[in-house]
Design a protein around this ligand. Structure first.
Ligand SMILES: NC(=O)c1ccc[n+]([C@@H]2O[C@H](COP(=O)([O-])OP(=O)(O)OC[C@H]3O[C@@H](n4cnc5c(N)ncnc54)[C@H](OP(=O)(O)O)[C@@H]3O)[C@@H](O)[C@H]2O)c1
Length: 276
């Protein structure tokens, strides 16, 4: 992708880690992750704790800021609890600016590689609020505080309406990826056509039927790999950028090592249509 951002092939997700966030972020970096996903949404993420983990890794000489791909999100008031990173009475544009300023402070940096709209304002489609918010995010990017922009929790309809509204095409889409929907086939096809990088989360937890499937078990046995490793390798081979939020040191290592799993093109196609 342009703008000189190097996008890693795996992202470490920091949701739901609370007090363990600093230590797990540092451990992920020590294990080899270079992409970190967070959000300025205290309800599910402890973004300041991510910043503490980054600082510890810098101090210990594990990584430098330049090695990292940092991604955070703007979350509407409806997705937040009482711990808001902005004034809820302010305009959406001001909320975006305040949320971004707070994220940069949490993360101890002057820019992030990726800034993501956590979810559109409405489930049914792209709204004027989304257009206003997106324009404010573009402004943040143009001011140098983000390199690339993304949207999350979107349907194909959201994306089509977003484009029809004249909004700038996102660099990323981040979605929960259900195998029973062909691993979000429609959205992935839209992304592929427009060179949008598709980030998939809940690849394991949304797809228990895949982890039980004989095809996946057979590949795991042949490759001497775990079932999650086959799923993550499949995701990469199908063109996705996978996220893992494991809290387990061994799983962190295994997830990164899934790069070494070999899948034939036929196997990728078979897993792609295994459940939907
Ligand atoms: N945009 C959004 O709205 C949104 C929503 C949800 C998540 N996310 C992002 O995606 C990240 C990942 O979330 P997720 O929903 O995919 O779930 P996750 O937090 O990655 O959870 C995966 C579950 O699978 C287990 N697991 C077992 N073996 C594993 C292995 N080898 N590798 C990884 N996990 C293994 C984990 O347990 P162990 O911890 O014991 O390994 C954990 O219970 C989040 O941290 C967040 O950054 C974004």
């Amino acid at each position: 992708m342009s703008v000189g951002v190097s996008i890693p092939d795996f992202l470490y997700g920091t949701a739901w880690k609370e007090d363990r966030t600093p230590a797990l972020t540092e451990l992920a970096l020590r294990t080899g992750f270079r992409g970190i996903d967070t959000a300025n949404q205290r309800r599910h993420y402890f973004e300041a704790g991510v910043g503490q983990g980054l600082a510890a890794a810098y101090r210990a000489g594990v990584v430098t800021r330049a090695d990292l791909f940092l991604q955070t999100k703007f979350t509407y008031p409806g997705g937040q609890d009482h711990r808001l990173p902005y004034d809820p009475a302010a305009s959406l544009s001001t909320q975006v600016a305040q949320s971004m300023a707070s994220s940069l402070e949490h993360l101890g940096t002057d820019h992030v590689e990726s800034y993501v709209l956590h979810g559109p304002a409405a489930g049914h489609g792209w709204t004027e609020d989304d257009s206003e918010t997106w324009a404010a995010m573009v402004k943040e990017r143009d001011a140098g505080r983000a390199r690339l922009l993304g949207v999350s929790n979107v349907s194909l309809r959201h994306l089509v309406q977003m484009a029809a509204a004249g909004a700038e095409t996102p660099g990323f889409v981040q979605n929960r990826c259900f195998a029973r929907l062909g691993w979000d086939r429609d959205v992935r096809a839209f992304c592929q056509d427009r060179r949008i990088v598709y980030q998939g989360f809940s690849l394991l937890t949304a797809n228990p039927e895949v982890l039980r499937h004989p095809l996946v078990a057979g590949i795991a046995a042949r490759e001497k790999a775990t079932l999650p490793q086959v799923v993550f390798r499949f995701a990469q081979a199908a063109g996705m950028l996978p996220l893992t939020g494991t809290s387990d040191a061994r799983h962190m290592e295994q997830d990164l090592a899934s790069r070494a799993v070999t899948l034939s093109a036929d196997e990728v196609r078979a897993i792609e249509s295994l459940a939907g």
